[in-house]
Design a protein around this ligand. Structure first.
Ligand code: NAD
Length: 502
């Protein structure tokens, strides 16, 4: 397998960045963590250490929260014209675009995903997202409200609402799409006039630290953007429970989201949670197998299954099961796994050994329980990296752990259904409710199904399509609150009612 040396693949700026001492970003300055300690971050394709980053703790959290609170009140930010805020965001988008190659390199190195994914998702989607969101900075509004107050008689009122920044935002993000997830949190917060403290995941801190450089270059006033690296317990938990943080915006696992919600509620800190998923893929019998197979495969396997909306429960109609399965297995077999720097690769490694072991554990326990491994089911040989082959499991039902739980790896569980009622009941029989996709050209059946599916997003003849203007968020254990579009503005503002007597 092609496992490159860093020097042979990285662009000069990425190479310079990983060679430099890493520092956290607080109050407009790059500084060491107070404790002076570091932790390593590694390339999951080769297991080689890339660099080490500061191991922050509660002392750094306190400093970042204090800086963000000062910046919130500082006229340079608090009184900045909305059009100037919009311009700053657009400048940041331009910088990210100009540094796109470096960002994509760093992400592929640290996360493992193929370079084409880093380029398309982390950089291009990220830039589009900022440019969309920046437009909202000049469009925050309220409404005039008519009152029917009877007493005291003869008194008149003018009432209206205004949207104000929610305040200091802690943005806590996972490792699957680190740069994009960070942007999905900090950009709407900044658009609304909030200040932010970004905490990246332990496994993928590099693009967050690089983003801090670009925020400084764009000219955000000091303390408006802060980035601190460290562990969940030492940084994420004290941030979520901090009395001077006004809002936690979180993407990650359901268990962590629940812990954050508990910590936040003690201070009535606002929180929004984008958490786990186990999305169903509903295939109706009219769909062309050649169209379905690459789409159904990538619904789960994209980013090696490390995506919250992975369509890892695939429901096929009994009548055409063999046809659909033949094509799907061909596809899963054909996909190439390897280093993200190899341009011919479709799937990169798992993000860490711990995660690879977790995914393999699901596969092994499924087999022991009676599942049949149609393809894959093993790690990739002759490599040090954390690779798992695309895996298709059959002979499973809803009593299986692999069907109930989020695996977050390249594993598709295939099942069948009898009729539409059976399909709906199976699709909804899960604790999560993030996404679902329906595959059919039968518009009547599709329209009958859409309202019956308990999920935050239903895609038809596509899966994992995101847009800055399309609300995204989960039902059930998949989260609380909707990101993107106008919904994102509501997440990062408080509505104030104003009542004037005259
Ligand atoms: P995780 O919950 O382990 O970690 C996410 C972040 O939370 C990390 O930065 C981590 O350091 C931090 N953290 C850990 N413990 C904490 C605590 N007690 N308090 C505060 N912060 C803490 O999740 P992960 O393993 O990094 O990411 C995978 C999960 O993310 C999957 O479950 C996936 O479904 C979910 N995810 C959801 C979405 C979505 O939009 N719904 C998108 C991407 C990923």
């Amino acid at each position: 397998m092609f496992i490159p040396k860093f020097e042979t693949v990285l662009d000069p700026t990425a190479l310079e960045f990983i060679g430099a001492k890493q520092q956290i970003f607080i109050d407009g300055e790059f500084v060491d963590a107070v404790g002076g300690e570091f932790f390593p971050t590694s390339d999951p394709a080769s297991t080689r250490q890339i660099t080490e980053v500061p191991l922050s703790d509660t002392r750094d959290v306190d400093l970042a929260v204090a800086a963000a609170n000062r910046a919130l009140e500082d006229p340079s930010w608090a009184r900045m014209l909305p059009s100037d805020r919009q311009k700053l965001l657009l400048d940041l988008a331009d910088l990210i675009e100009a540094h796109g190659e470096t960002i994509a390199n760093l992400e592929t190195l640290d996360q493992g995903q193929p370079l084409w994914v880093s380029e398309a998702v982390q950089v291009n989607m990220g830039v589009d997202y900022i440019r969309y969101m920046a437009g909202w900075a000049t469009k925050l509004d309220g409404s005039n409200v008519d009152l029917s107050v009877r007493e005291p008689a003869g008194m008149n009122f003018q009432a209206y609402t205004r949207r104000e920044p929610v305040g200091v935002v802690a943005a806590i993000v996972p490792w699957n799409f680190p740069h994009l997830m960070a942007l999905w949190k900090i950009i709407p917060a900044l658009t609304c006039g909030c200040t932010v403290i970004l905490k990246p995941a332990e496994d993928t801190p590099l693009t967050a630290l690089y983003l801090a450089r670009l925020c400084r270059e764009a000219g955000f006033p000091k303390g408006v953007v802060n980035v601190i690296t460290g562990t969940g317990p030492e940084v994420g938990a004290p941030l979520s429970g901090h009395p001077n943080v006004n809002k936690v915006a979180f993407t990650g696992s359901t268990a962590t989201g629940q812990a954050i919600g508990h910590a936040a509620i003690d201070n009535m800190t606002r929180f929004s949670l984008e958490t786990g998923g186990k999305s169903p893929v509903l295939v109706l019998e009219d769909i062309d197998p050649d169209f379905l197979s690459p789409n159904a495969a990538m619904a789960t396997l994209f980013n090696s299954g490390q995506q919250c909306v992975a369509g890892s429960r695939l429901y096929l109609p009994k009548k055409r099961y063999d046809q659909y399965m033949d094509r799907l297995l061909d596809m899963a077999f054909w996909l190439k796994t390897g280093s993200g720097f190899d341009r011919t690769v479709h799937l990169g490694p798992m993000v860490s050994k711990e995660h690879m072991d977790r995914v393999m554990g699901f596969i092994e326990r499924s087999e022991e329980a009676g599942a049949k491994i149609e393809v894959g089911g093993n790690m990739v040989e002759n490599t040090e990296g954390f690779f798992v082959r695309p895996t298709v499991l059959t002979g499973v039902d809803h009593s299986y752990e692999c069907v109930r739980e989020e695996i977050f790896g390249p594993v598709i569980c295939v099942m069948t259904y009898d009729d539409m009622d059976d399909l709906v009941s199976k699709a909804n029989d899960n604790q999560y409710g993030l996404g679902a996709s329906i595959w059919s050209q039968n518009i009547s059946k599709v329209n009958m199904l859409i309202p019956r599916i308990k999920a935050g997003t239903v895609w038809v003849n596509c899966h994992s399509v995101f847009d800055a203007n399309l609300p995204f968020g989960g039902r059930k254990l998949s989260g609380m609150g909707k990101e993107h579009g106008r919904s994102a503005i509501e997440l990062f503002t408080e509505e104030k009612a104003v009542c004037i007597a005259y």
